[in-house]
Design a protein. Sequence first.
Lengths: 244, 199
Amino acid sequence: MPLYRDEAVVLRTHKLGEADRIVTMLTREHGKVRAVAKGVRRTASKFGARLEPFMVADVQLYEGRSLDIITQAESVGSYGADITTDYGSYTAASAMVEAADKLTEAEASLQQYLLLVGALRSLARREHGASLTLDSYLLRALSIAGWAPSFNDCSVTGAPGPHSAFVVQLGGVVADAVAPPGAPRLDSNTLLLLSSLLTGDWAAADDADERTRSQASGVVAAYTQFHLDRGLRSLEHVDRRTTA
Amino acid sequence: MYDGIVQELIDELGRLPGIGPKSAQRIAFHILQTETFDVTHLAEVLMTVKEKVRFCDVCGNVTEQELCNICRDPRRSAATICVVEEAKDVVAIERTREFKGLYQVLGGAISPIDGIGPDDLRIRQLMQRLADGTVTEVIIATDPNLEGEATATYLSRMLMHLDLRVTRLASGLPVGGDLEYADEVTLGRAFEGRRLVEN
């Protein structure tokens, strides 16, 4: 299969040589792919703009020995331009693609692909606050990867909730009987918002007040940083001020 | 693998941007076959560059003195500042001979995924230069890619409350290109930035 075609969302790019780029993409059918896009840094490049981060493209690739080579690219969804006009959305999208880069491998994961494309589309269309969209994306992406948090039943014993003690290392809320001393407690509004973000109940999530959103963001950030190897560098740069 | 110092030279050359293992090996053997005088001169230039070249105290451009040539030039207009990502961009704009103002070199673009936030760039220095009211226009000339656009968005948000004109370089079709080969993003920008044809 020297030549293949797939739909891909661009996660990040690295400069290569004089005018080339290495493009890291999450594809629909081939998982994460790293490929060389030749000449895309030249202003006269035919597909440079289609291979920027956050873009969804129909790409044709030639299988190389270490890196594949992109021979054609057509835009499927150009979300980058709309996302960069809002700084909060840009920082949120950066954290999303970094998380996707760390959570995916060469094996295809259609769920991860569709989740990321949907989240970027939602950010570009300003459907919800950028910070909420990011938190929801992170919780769901971690769940697909096998680290689903529990916000109701005890994550250790399975005892039905509600429980208020939240321990990142134990996978979510835990019953008082198994909660370590000094475990942080979350109020019911924060737990409700976290559940809404995990299940995609946007009506409830959009209704949350500023303080609850801030607390939930802190929980999601701690949960993400614990489960991802070396954490996400983008998270500390996420601009939450303008994204509520 | 080569023995000792030869392999060390190949490894060091391979750490340079854009130089792969094969290129590093080629350059290393070129150096081995070159006259001693040329190699000594290259080594001296490398040392001198590291010792003498620094960033301009005002704009962040590369220079051998406290201020760069452009900041020292009294003929340049202090009313306009062009904000660029790298010193290389200053050279590119100077080649046009269209701009007679001063520059601010940010030292990169905002890229959260690489751990680069606004505090890592020379944005605070730019704001300090704007404080005395001399500058009436800021031209944002960051790269027309994702990081450059996001940096421009951040800068325009910072500058919108100041009493000055903030402009962004036009994006669009390259001169000498064919319309049919333009991608939709570039063509869309060209439509957005179309201008009135004056008779």
